[in-house]
Ligand binder design. Structure first.
Ligand code: SF4
Length: 287
């Protein structure tokens, strides 16, 4: 496994995008389907610092994935691509313009075969193994970044791998098993008629949702998301009260559109972070 060192530079400011950002991250774009207002409040309230075991699980799990990856320079990658070699890249940064906005993303794992992208694999650490729309959009958007970086996407399959915890990914052979299952799903999708768009496989190494990369569908979805960043419309709040109950911005009392009271497992405390006054919103799991 390899990890790309260096990578493309940030877009030059000013970008003309909301909140003065130089580019928009793929996971941020995907988060707009969960609750766009939550994304908006995160930028408007930098003084709110969110601490939760679920976030720690996700961050540590992603870190564990690339721990053994060997660095590779963009120049070495280009040589291997030109030679038509198989390259598995973990947690490597890609950027491309989508609807005239700079989008930046770090897919968990991609498989390149020469100039062709074969696989985009994204992990989620959760007990809920559904293919939620934000998970679908995230993987498709990584596909758009590869397309924008010049890779062939005719045969690309995206896979969302859902594991209950990061510990599972640390177990020996789990990643190998996931990749073997991804290869099987890829073959099945490739052999299927075009209308078979996605497949789901549940196994010891987690649940895998595999689907074809579809540039047009992905771009159509992102047009809506990027209109927010181009200030063509305001942020949209979720209609699901269940999301508001577990929302830290609701707990910090900065959301005027909340549909339910915050869960009483939240603790909101004033704190000092890097010398700045912050409001720490902490989720306390379990008894
Ligand atoms: S409280 Fe509800 S509407 Fe407000 S940001 Fe949180 S999830 Fe969105």
């Amino acid at each position: 496994m390899r990890i790309l060192s260096g990578g493309p530079e940030e877009a030059a400011a000013p970008s003309g995008l909301r909140h003065g950002v130089a580019g928009v991250g793929v996971s941020t774009l995907a988060g707009q389907w969960y609750c766009e207002l939550k994304v908006d409040l995160k930028y408007r309230h930098p003084e709110i610092s969110v601490v939760s075991p679920a976030m720690a699980r996700g961050t540590a799990g992603h870190g564990a994935l690339a721990a053994d990856a060997v660095p590779m320079t963009p120049e070495e990658l280009e040589v291997r691509v030109r030679l038509g070699e198989d390259v598995f890249l973990q947690e490597s940064r890609f950027t491309a313009p989508i609807h005239e906005a700079t989008v930046v993303g770090v897919p968990d794992l991609i498989h390149l075969q020469g100039r062709d992208a074969r696989l985009v694999l994204e992990f989620k650490f959760s007990k809920r193994d559904d293919l939620f729309i934000d998970r679908f959009i995230q993987a498709q958007t990584y596909g758009l970044l590869l397309e924008g970086s010049g890779y062939g996407m005719e045969q690309t399959v995206c896979v969302i791998g859902v594991l209950p915890s990061r510990d599972q990914l640390r177990q020996e052979r789990t990643l190998d098993q996931v990749l073997e299952r991804c290869a099987e799903l890829r073959e099945r999708i490739a052999r299927s008629p075009r209308h078979v768009f996605s497949l789901c496989s549940r196994g010891e190494s987690g649940t895998l949702h595999a689907f074809r990369f579809d540039s047009r569908t992905a771009k159509n979805h992102l047009r809506w998301a990027l209109d927010y960043w181009k200030e063509r419309r305001e942020a949209v709040a979720t209609r699901h009260a269940s999301k508001c109950r577990v929302c830290p911005f609701n707990a910090a009392r900065v959301c005027s559109k909340a549909r339910a009271a915050p869960d009483d497992r939240f603790r909101v405390l004033p704190a000092i972070l890097d010398g700045r006054p912050t409001l720490e919103v902490k989720w306390q799991e379990g008894p």
